[in-house]
Design a protein around this ligand. Structure first.
Ligand SMILES: NC(=O)c1ccc[n+]([C@@H]2O[C@H](COP(=O)([O-])OP(=O)(O)OC[C@H]3O[C@@H](n4cnc5c(N)ncnc54)[C@H](O)[C@@H]3O)[C@@H](O)[C@H]2O)c1
Length: 592
């Protein structure tokens, strides 16, 4: 018969523990909440009070539910108070010795049927279990941050965990409205094993000054729809905890990409542990506050001093595909006169028809008036002759992703365009400097990497080469803002910010699937309900296309020569088999 859980204990009332107490209490379970000192208990109590206070203010719970919830919680500083709990969840700092000591102590205090669970994010649950006299009653119960919000729970089953123990914990997780998945005892389990490589990579981008913290975070929010950027997320997780997780993952897997970026340790040593200490990658209004305040690294508003912007009133777009069409519409909508060039009248007509259709829909939905739509269409000038670009202030090319074809275009634009015109490419993978070097004006060549669909996606990666002029970067940044986009700025290397952070993570997910650690469904669930991502990795890969994903992964691998970026063999096999994702009806999943 399965266990009844009416009274549970939580040890350690920090970032995670306080949230776990709230989850149990909200579901009518009595909770004994334990921390090491009266002061720590008080802090835990105030975390809980703040969180439930917010829920009350937002109308998520009423006053009586609020009071009932708090009525379920008792606080203590001694472990003996946990004697009659049917389950104890440990959420103390991520140190193996500390956890082992706590489990050995608990083992002697709780009843013989009680279950002991650790909320560790990465430490070996098996080793923690081995520190007790009854390792079969030890499981991992890994909640996600913030525990009251994230639905996912990983239930970690060691080789010694008794079947009834993890089944009962799984049933309890379902009872408290979570989505549990049972996984084996491997550092990082599903979600962190995939998340932390990505977070660490973002830190190294920041550390090497490839992009600013604001730009790295904005890229993943606006380019991928993530709820938070990686550096803001690390501040939420806590840099000390993040360091321990990475360190454990590195020691277990020896994957260089998990070796904590040096700056994490430095920040922890300096007390910059993230939100909980009021400073991490960002500065917060107070310790524990989610409110970011300006500091020395906050970018200045407006244009850099001493840089004269170039005037951009007319633009040219070369290309007639999805990206070109979107970009033409975006510029025209922002009031720019747009000359667009395609190889044939047919293609020009196709672009115009697509924009007309999109504008008709905008009018129908009340997003634009008929006058605005007509004016927009009036700003379009179609031509098959590149020479018509002679007078435009900026040209964006969005033609085939082929270096030779792009170089041929750039060398021609160099001859055609007036002096001072900016020449931009939307390439997502080719080195921009290779386009710049075929012109006599490499200082005027820049990357403008729009996201698909360009009309909707706010992000533009503004990519500078070693030759791009400061005034060109500033002008393009300003232009992006003017057309309603959010520019982020980075250097000319494979993947820029978004793809360089995204694709190694997707590749890791494929390797995890191939290693049979978890199913595609469980991995997708983990990333969606544990980390709040809009799509799981396999859903996303099938949408992007496995051939496109493989091409990007190959580029990243060739550029960085990181063994960890080598495309997963399973991805290569699927592409070889012609299973390219949704577009062919089969990828990681099969579609109707
Ligand atoms: N932060 C996250 O996003 C996150 C997410 C999931 C799991 N975890 C895991 O949860 C655990 C706790 O992490 P956290 O971020 O909440 O840490 P934290 O530093 O915010 O909180 C730790 C709490 O444990 C208390 N504590 C320390 N020693 C103790 C002892 N001997 N006995 C009782 N209490 C003690 C501290 O006073 C503090 O209140 C770690 O194992 C971590 O890996 C963290």
């Amino acid at each position: 018969m399965s266990r009844e859980f009416t009274r549970v204990g939580v040890i350690g009332l920090g970032t995670m523990g306080a949230g776990i107490v709230e989850v149990f209490a909200r579901n009518g379970i009595d909770v004994v909440a334990v921390d090491i000192t009266d002061e720590a208990v008080e802090r835990g109590r105030s975390f809980l009070a703040k969180s439930t206070g917010r829920a009350l203010d937002r109308g998520k719970i009423d006053q009586s539910e609020h009071d009932t919830l708090h009525g379920h919680v008792t606080y203590a500083t001694d472990f003996e108070s946990l004697a009659d709990c049917q389950l104890v969840v440990e959420a103390v700092p991520e140190h193996l010795d500390l956890k082992k000591e706590i489990f050995a102590k608990l083992d002697a205090i709780v009843g013989p049927d009680a279950i002991l669970a650790t909320n560790t994010s990465s430490l070996p649950v098996t080793e923690i279990a081995a520190s007790t006299t009854s390792p079969k009653r030890i499981v991992g119960m890994h909640f996600f941050n913030p525990a009251p919000v994230q639905q996912f729970v990983e239930v970690i089953r060691t080789v010694i965990t008794a079947d009834d123990v993890f089944e009962d914990v799984k049933a309890l997780a379902e009872r408290i409205d979570k989505k549990p998945v049972i996984v084996g005892d491997k550092a990082g389990f599903i979600a962190n094993a995939l998340l932390f490589g990505y977070l660490n990579h973002a830190v190294s981008m920041f550390e090497s000054r490839y992009a600013t913290r604001e730009d790295i975070d904005a890229s993943m929010k606006l380019g991928c729809g993530y709820p938070m950027g990686p550096l803001a997320l690390l501040d939420l997780i806590g840099l000390d905890t993040a360091y321990e997780i990475l360190d454990t993952m590195y020691k277990q897997g020896r994957d260089r990409l998990h070796a904590p970026s040096p700056i994490i340790k430095q920040m922890v040593s300096a007390g910059l542990k993230g939100r909980k200490t009021g400073r991490g990658f960002y500065t917060y209004a107070a310790a524990g506050s989610p409110e970011v305040v300006a500091d020395a690294q906050t970018p200045a508003e407006g244009i850099a001093q001493g840089v004269a912007l170039r005037e951009i009133s007319s633009v040219g777009v070369v290309g007639s595909g999805t990206m070109a069409t979107g970009i033409i519409e975006v510029f025209a909508k922002a009031g720019k006169s747009v000359t667009f060039v395609a190889r044939s009248q047919d293609k020009l007509d196709g672009v115009r028809a697509a924009i007309e259709k999109s504008q008709a829909r905008a009018v129908e939905k009340g997003r634009a008036t008929q006058e605005e739509a007509d004016a927009l269409l009036g700003r379009l000038h179609a031509t098959t002759d590149r020479a018509d670009l002679a007078e435009v202030d900026l040209v964006v090319e969005a033609i085939a992703e082929d270096l030779e074809i792009k170089q041929e275009l750039f060398s021609e634009l160099d001859k055609i365009c007036k002096p001072g015109a900016i020449l931009a490419t939307t390439t997502s993978s080719l080195p921009i400097i290779d386009c710049a070097r075929v012109t006599s004006r490499p200082q005027d060549v820049v990357g403008m990497h729009f996201f698909n669909p360009a009309q909707i996606m706010k992000l533009v990666e503004v990519v500078h080469t070693v030759s791009t002029g400061d005034d060109v970067i500033a002008t393009v940044q300003e232009l992006c803002r003017e057309i309603g986009k959010h520019p982020v700025t980075c250097g000319d290397r494979s993947g820029f910010i978004v793809n360089a952070l995204l694709f190694p993570y997707l590749n890791d997910a494929i390797k995890m699937l191939d290693a049979n650690y978890a199913t595609a469904d469980d991995i997708d669930t983990a990333m969606k309900t544990g980390c709040g991502l809009p799509m799981g990795p396999f859903e996303l890969l099938d949408v992007v296309g496995l051939d496109v994903s493989l091409a990007i992964e190959r580029e990243l691998y060739i550029e960085f020569r990181e063994p960890g970026y080598a495309p997963a063999p399973l991805l290569e096999h699927l592409v070889t088999a012609g299973y390219l994702g949704r577009k062919t009806g089969r990828g990681f999943r099969t579609y109707a």
